[in-house]
Design a protein. Structure first.
Length: 724
């Protein structure tokens, strides 16, 4: 401030005066004022003041620069938007250009004649070479015009040819009508010429027989043996339901025979050549293995087809293929006709499985073929869908191995044994189809009305336990529901069928679930039952589930159903499965009546055990009395041996619990109890004190009734003697 004031004084122009200026006195500055001015100047030049001054100046500069930046940003934004608009227009134009370039008219798909043929064949009025050769568009139009003219001409030709075809069809129809009229005349002529042919020894050889003889010469040895045996068997047995035909490609068979001969010659030459080294031999072996891997599943082009007629117009068609590399014969079968269908029972893929024991066709019977399959790491399933399976009985039919149902150990390819094997196989196939049809019908009846289907003469007519359902289940459900022992047996069966039979005893509040496995070779192999019994609990006791693993009674019942209730006389009957189910229901009634743990405190109905009146003569009653007395002592002795209890049986307790029997059906009760418990339940498994006591009580009750009848008989005898 002092400096500015000084500069202002200096800049002021001098004043020229003529008069002498008046000299004024200059005030003097005191030292204290001078120091104060210096302090103010020092405070104004501090850092804070300078910073404030800088901020004020920089704010102005920032505002000026921001204004410049905003102006430039607006200009850039406008140019960027213009650029985007230009890019969009460019892309749109490029798409339009591409669409125009890719445009194709309908005439481009037309195959026109070449240009040289067009100018050579088309008239000059259409081709106009002086114009079209120089103008590609005009050339295209001219070629299209020529194409239309050619097509019109072809349409006219087609119409004319169709007319001629119709005329020929009518002519052929007339000739066919005349030929049909000649058939009867030719048949009469052939019949009239037969005596002359027989007299001259001339046979009437048909074209089909000639074709069969030609194919027979190309047939493999094993199949030729089977063909001869089958034809001889059909003629001897007069089996019109057996037909044998040779099928295949003769040209392919000739080519295969020639190739095999060339391969044999090449092998001999390679064996004679000793100049090859080990590396070359290794490569030859590797190549040969690779070729065999591709050719091992190829059958011989010529095969046999055998049609076996079964009952109800069902026919089994067998195709037998000879595997040249494996040296075995495979069989593929197909079932035609109306079979009763039920689930997978009538399935063609497992109808002939396990036709003979242990012969499922999963392994190659020939050791050489088995070794080849093992080296190539392939199995029978590789070619089973195409050529079938190499069953052992098929090899027996061809004479390569012994019959699977024969007890002879060495191979005998004589005609007698082959004829027997063929007879056994045909009979087994027909029996399998018959049994499978019967099984399907039986299963349909069981699903529709189970109790009517299981009616049998050797079980009581009045049964408390009712079969409520019988349905098909899968293998996993069966295996997860049975005991490990039954699971092991079921896992050995391939292609079996699984069902669930549900039985209910409402009196004893029992639910019995029977898991049934029906094997493929039913009824030669009886069904397998696995039982699970669920007993409803009371108010305080929860329901309990029992199986053969937790209850000796259920285990013995399973043993009886699976083993004892079916004998050899019942194997070939239709009602084999129904018989097992009927016995299961009857034995469940016995268990509910005789075992208190299965019927605690409930009143049971005894009508199903004692329903028939006694019609046995007096002498038979006496004999039955003696037998039952012996059985009484045997049972009481068994009870004493098993339980160690020498106490007598409380018969009154049995009467209070079950009531008096309503008849004299002694044989039924004794047979039921003895067959179902004493004969089946081993003492080590069964027999608790309670069960043995109940059996003894039942027999004691029946013996008391017999003794009462004997006393009445003696009284009548005495009275009759006294009256006489």
């Amino acid at each position: 401030m002092t400096l500015k004031r000084t500069s202002a004084v200096v800049d002021k122009p001098p004043v020229v005066s003529t008069r002498r200026p008046k000299v004024e006195a200059t005030p003097l500055i005191e030292p204290s004022d001078l120091y104060q001015m210096e302090d103010e100047i020092a405070r104004s030049t501090t850092h804070a003041e300078l910073e404030k001054q800088f901020l004020r100046e920089s704010t102005k500069l920032r505002s000026f620069l921001q204004q410049i930046i905003d102006d430039d940003h607006d200009e850039v934004e406008a140019k960027y938007i213009h650029l985007q608009n230009s890019s969009s227009e460019i892309q749109h134009l490029q798409k339009e250009i591409g669409r125009c370039l890719q445009f194709s008219a309908g005439d481009e798909d037309i195959d026109l004649v070449p240009i040289e043929d067009f100018y050579a064949n088309a008239p000059e009025g259409v081709s106009r070479p002086e114009v079209t050769r120089a103008n590609e568009h005009e050339q295209r139009l001219a070629r299209l015009t020529w194409e239309i003219a050619q097509r019109k001409a072809l349409i006219d030709t087609l119409t004319e040819q169709e007319g001629r075809r119709n005329v020929l069809i009518s002519s052929i129809s007339g000739k066919e009508h005349r030929l049909k009229g000649l058939r009867s005349k030719i048949s009469a002529l052939i019949a009239a010429a037969k005596p002359v042919q027989e007299a001259l020894g001339v046979g009437n050889v048909s074209s089909s027989s000639a074709e069969q003889r030609a194919l027979f010469s190309l047939l493999p040895h094993d199949l030729s043996v089977l063909y001869v045996q089958a034809e001889a068997y059909r003629d001897i047995m007069e089996d019109t339901g057996l037909q044998v035909v040779i099928r295949g490609d003769a040209n392919e068979a000739v080519r295969l025979n020639r190739q095999q001969k060339d391969d044999a010659d090449e092998k001999e030459r390679s064996d004679d050549d000793d100049a090859s080294d080990n590396e070359e031999r290794h490569s030859v072996v590797s190549d040969r293995l690779e070729v065999n891997k591709r050719a091992v599943t190829q059958p011989h082009p010529i095969y046999l087809k055998i049609d076996i007629a079964c009952q109800d117009e069902v026919k089994v068609s067998l195709k037998l293929f000879y595997m040249t590399e494996l040296r075995v014969t495979c069989m593929k079968y197909k079932i035609t006709g109306k079979l009763p269908t039920h689930g997978g029972i009538s399935a063609h893929e497992n109808l002939l499985d396990s036709l003979f024991p242990g012969d499922d066709g999963t392994e190659c019977p020939n050791p050489i073929g088995a070794a080849k399959l093992s080296q190539l790491r392939i199995g029978v399933e590789t070619f089973a869908s195409k050529c079938g399976r190499p069953y052992r009985f098929v090899q027996a039919l061809t004479g390569s191995t012994s019959s699977p149902i024969s007890a002879q150990s060495k191979v005998d390819s004589s005609g007698v044994q082959l004829a027997d094997a063929l007879h056994d196989v045909v009979k087994a196939i027909r029996d399998r189809v018959c049994s499978r049809m019967k099984l399907a019908r039986e299963l349909i009846d069981l699903e529709a009305s189970p109790m009517e289907a299981v009616q049998s003469g050797d079980v009581p007519l009045k049964v408390v336990t009712q079969i409520t359902s019988f349905k098909m289940i899968d293998e996993e459900t069966f295996l997860s529901s049975v005991t490990p022992d039954l699971r092991k047996l079921a896992s050995e069966e391939n292609g079996a069928f699984y069902y669930l039979a549900t039985l209910v005893n409402r009196v004893a509040d029992l639910k019995i679930q029977g898991y049934v496995m029906i094997p493929v070779n039913y009824p030669k192999q009886i069904p397998l039952f696995g039982l699970v019994v669920t007993q409803g609990g009371g108010k305080d006791a929860p329901p309990r589930t029992l199986s053969s693993a937790s209850s000796h009674i259920i285990k013995s019942l399973e043993r009886y159903i699976n083993i004892s209730c079916v004998t050899e006389d019942h194997v070939h009957t239709r009602s084999l499965l129904a018989r097992q189910l009927a016995h299961l229901a009857s034995r469940c009634d016995l268990i509910a009546d005789l075992v208190p743990s299965f019927n605690p405190g409930n009143s049971s109905h005894r009508q199903h055990l004692y329903s028939r009146l006694s019609r046995v003569p007096i002498v038979m009653q006496l004999i039955s009395c003696i037998i039952l007395l012996q059985l009484k002592f045997a049972v009481i002795g068994a009870q004493t041996w098993m339980t160690g209890d020498n106490s007598t049986v409380d018969v009154d307790q049995w009467h209070r619990r079950h009531g008096k029997p309503q008849g004299q059906d002694m044989d039924l009760v004794a047979a039921e109890i003895k067959a179902s418990f004493l004969a089946e339940l081993h003492p080590k498994d069964l027999i608790t004190n309670e069960t043995a006591t109940i059996v003894a009580q039942v027999l004691s009750d029946r013996i008391r009734n017999v003794l009462f009848c004997v006393i009445q008989l003696l009284f009548r005898c005495v009275m009759s003697v006294g009256s006489v």
